[in-house]
Ligand binder design. Structure first.
Ligand SMILES: Cc1cc2nc3c(=O)[nH]c(=O)nc-3n(C[C@H](O)[C@H](O)[C@H](O)COP(=O)(O)OP(=O)(O)OC[C@H]3O[C@@H](n4cnc5c(N)ncnc54)[C@H](O)[C@@H]3O)c2cc1C
Length: 315
């Protein structure tokens, strides 16, 4: 007999609840969207949102730009998702270029839009993400402080970033793990990882957090999965995030891309889907709490992976 699972109002739901409430016994999944730059991108985004709505993700997240015009769209899009769909939105928020007063205003806009789940991040320096970090004179230095600030601002549920290969500014994996544990102790309910391609990097992170603090180690660490749809763009993203693409994987992708002036997109996507499906299969066997897909606002590759994994429960 299937246990009765009471429905949860999206305005009150939390990511942690959604992960616990999978009625199918399948590993839950979530997807990440980027705020659109123009009206054509916005129309594409909404088509993608509606495609995923039919597949019943545990939650969807909306990123926050490193600066510039897309930032203001995050609160609007997350609010429209909260109010106009059956999806649970998580809004990313960074401390970049913001005073504490600015951050309070963005958090207030989320409350008004019915968005109660926030991913609290420090962000990277605008322009050169690998350049020197300077906090806003009246702002925050670290994501841990943003976790506290969001918490102070009302009834929010907070997640944070995690780094299977260590954050590039941390002085090693031990320091990186201490930082994640601090953010969880500050009140974060879960973390979502940076993209990675080697399952063992994720598993070692999970072990490190559990060893450092079993209570915090019990909180979900959701693996971030990047379905590769362009060799050029994933190589750039890997350079910026510090994620290692194993040489054999890169060679397969480059072969698929071909030697023409533009990549063979279908062939690259097919290899990317296979790489991600194999990674996810291993992670599911290892009991991950969910899989979080960075869609870049394109549904096809993620849907193909979900089909391979038999994870999409179509409404
Ligand atoms: C799932 C996910 C989603 C993301 N979404 C976005 C997004 O929407 N927009 C965006 O701009 N960026 C995003 N990022 C990128 C993120 O902002 C960067 O990776 C950033 O460099 C680190 O952010 P953080 O929140 O982990 O920072 P922090 O946790 O503050 O860590 C930053 C660095 O400071 C160190 N540190 C922290 N606390 C201390 C301390 N007390 N003393 C000394 N050192 C300390 C850490 O070890 C680390 O090296 C995302 C990353 C992930 C993994």
């Amino acid at each position: 007999m299937t246990a009765f699972i009471p429905p949860i109002d999206n305005a009150e739901a939390t990511v942690a609840q959604r992960l616990r409430l999978s009625s199918t016994g399948k590993t839950p999944f979530s997807v990440e969207f980027l705020p659109p730059r123009d009206s054509a991108a916005e129309a594409r985004l909404w088509r993608t949102v509606r495609t995923f709505e039919r597949l019943d993700p545990a939650f969807v997240s909306v990123t926050y730009g490193a600066g510039g015009s897309t930032r203001e769209h995050t609160a609007r899009i997350a609010g429209e998702i909260a109010q106009g769909t059956t999806l649970l939105p998580v809004a990313h928020l960074t401390a970049v270029g913001h005073s504490v007063a600015d951050l309070r205003a963005v958090i207030g806009a989320h409350a008004e839009g019915g968005v109660r789940n926030i991913l609290a991040l420090r962000g990277d320096p605008p322009g050169d993400p690998l350049g020197d970090w300077h906090k806003h004179p009246d702002g925050l230095e670290y994501a841990e402080e943003l976790v506290h600030l969001v918490d102070e601002c009302g009834d929010f549920h907070v997640g944070v970033a995690a780094f299977p290969e260590g954050h590039h500014r941390a002085g090693g994996l031990a320091e990186d793990t201490e930082n994640l544990v601090r953010k969880l102790r500050a009140g974060a309910d879960y973390s979502i990882t940076q993209m990675f391609f080697i399952a063992d990097d994720y598993l070692r992170l999970r072990d490190r957090v559990s060893a450092a603090d079993p209570e915090q180690g019990a909180k979900p660490i959701i693996p971030g999965i990047m379905p590769i749809i362009s060799v050029r763009s994933v190589a750039r993203m890997a350079e910026l995030s510090g994620a290692v693409i194993p040489a054999a994987m890169l060679a397969d992708l480059q072969r698929a891309a071909g030697t023409g002036p533009s990549e063979d997109v279908d062939a690259v996507r097919a290899v990317g889907v296979e790489i991600a499906s194999l990674l996810c299969e291993r992670l599911i066997r290892e009991g991950v709490p969910a899989l979080h897909f960075c869609t870049l606002n394109q549904a096809t590759a993620t849907c193909e992976i979900l089909d391979n994994l038999n994870l999409a429960s179509r409404r």
